[in-house]
Write a protein that binds this ligand. Structure first.
Ligand code: SF4
Length: 253
C-alpha cells in the first residue's frame, strides 16, 4: 500500500470513529493545561489528573504560582515523575508568564519554548489544543504508532516524525491526529505487545502486514518441512515392510 493511501485510510477511519478525540488531561484554562502538560512528561495522564486538582486550587493563576517556591510546589506533585525538576520548571514558567507574557499563555511556538520545562512537544500541544493552530506534538505514543502504522518512514527523531506527519496529514487534522495516535497507542497499539488481533485498523497497518506476511511464510515453510519428513518416514516404513515380507517368504521356502 502506498503512503498517501495509508494516510487516506487513517484520516477516514479516525474521522469517522473518533471525530472528537481530546486530551485526557483535566484542565479549565490555558494556564492549567500548560501546567498539566509540563507535569505529564514521562508520566501518565491518570497520575497527573490525581495531583492537579489540589495544585490548581492552591495556585489558581500564573501570579500565584510565580509567588511560590519549588519546595512548596514539590509537596503537591511529589507522586509524579521527576518532581524536583518539574517543581522548579513550574515556578520558572509561571514567573516568565507573569514577567514576559503579561500572565497570558503565548501562542507562538518559539515564545512557548522560551519557558522552563516547555519543549517542542509541549509547545505543539498548547498551540494546537489552546489556539487551534496546525501543529502536531510527537510524544512516545505518536512516535511509535505512526511508525508502526506506516505513516512515517525511517523517521528516527520526534522532529522527523513531526515533519513527515505535517507533510502528509491534511492541515485541519494535525491537532486531532495527535490525540488519535496517542489514544490508539495507549489502549490498542501498546508498546510491548500491540493488540493487533483486536485492532480495527490492522487492514492498513504496515507492521501488521509485514508480520503477518512473515508469519504466513514461516508457517508455509514449516508445513513443507513436515510434509517432506512425513513422506520420508512413509518411504522408510514401506521399505521395512517390504523387507519383512521378503524375509517371511524366504523363511517359508
Ligand atoms: S495492527 Fe497492531 S501494530 Fe498495527 S496499529 Fe493495530 S495494534 Fe498497532
Amino acid at each position: 500500500m502506498l503512503k498517501p493511501e495509508r494516510y487516506r485510510h487513517f484520516v477516514e477511519y479516525f474521522s469517522k470513529h473518533q471525530p472528537s478525540a481530546v486530551t485526557e488531561l483535566h484542565y479549565s484554562s490555558p494556564f492549567e493545561l500548560l501546567v498539566a502538560v509540563i507535569l505529564s512528561a514521562q508520566c501518565t495522564d491518570k497520575r497527573i489528573n490525581q495531583v492537579t486538582p489540589a495544585l490548581f486550587k492552591q495556585f489558581p493563576t500564573p501570579a500565584a504560582l510565580a509567588a511560590s517556591t519549588s519546595d512548596e510546589v514539590f509537596n503537591y506533585i511529589r507522586s509524579v515523575s521527576y518532581p524536583n525538576n518539574k517543581a522548579k520548571h513550574l515556578v520558572g514558567m509561571a514567573k516568565m508568564l507573569v514577567e514576559v507574557f503579561n500572565g497570558e499563555v503565548p501562542s507562538d511556538l518559539n515564545d512557548l519554548q522560551k519557558m522552563p520545562g516547555v519543549g517542542r512537544k509541549t509547545a505543539n500541544v498548547i498551540a494546537s489544543v489552546v489556539f487551534d493552530l496546525p501543529a502536531i506534538a510527537v510524544d512516545t505514543h505518536v512516535f511509535r504508532v505512526a511508525n508502526r502504522i506506516g505513516l512515517t518512514t525511517n523517521a528516527r527523531t520526534p522532529l522527523a516524525v513531526e515533519k513527515q506527519l505535517t507533510e502528509f496529514l491534511p492541515r485541519e487534522t494535525l491537532g486531532i491526529a495527535h490525540h488519535w495516535l496517542i489514544l490508539h497507542g495507549r489502549y490498542i497499539c501498546v508498546a510491548r505487545s500491540p493488540k493487533c488481533e483486536i485492532c480495527p485498523i490492522s487492514w492498513f497497518c504496515r507492521y501488521y502486514d509485514r508480520n503477518n506476511t512473515e508469519a504466513a511464510l514461516l508457517k508455509a515453510e514449516a508445513l513443507k518441512t513436515k510434509k517432506a519428513k512425513d513422506l520420508k518416514k512413509k518411504k522408510q516404513l514401506n521399505i521395512i515392510s517390504k523387507e519383512l515380507k521378503k524375509r517371511s517368504v524366504d523363511k517359508d521356502i
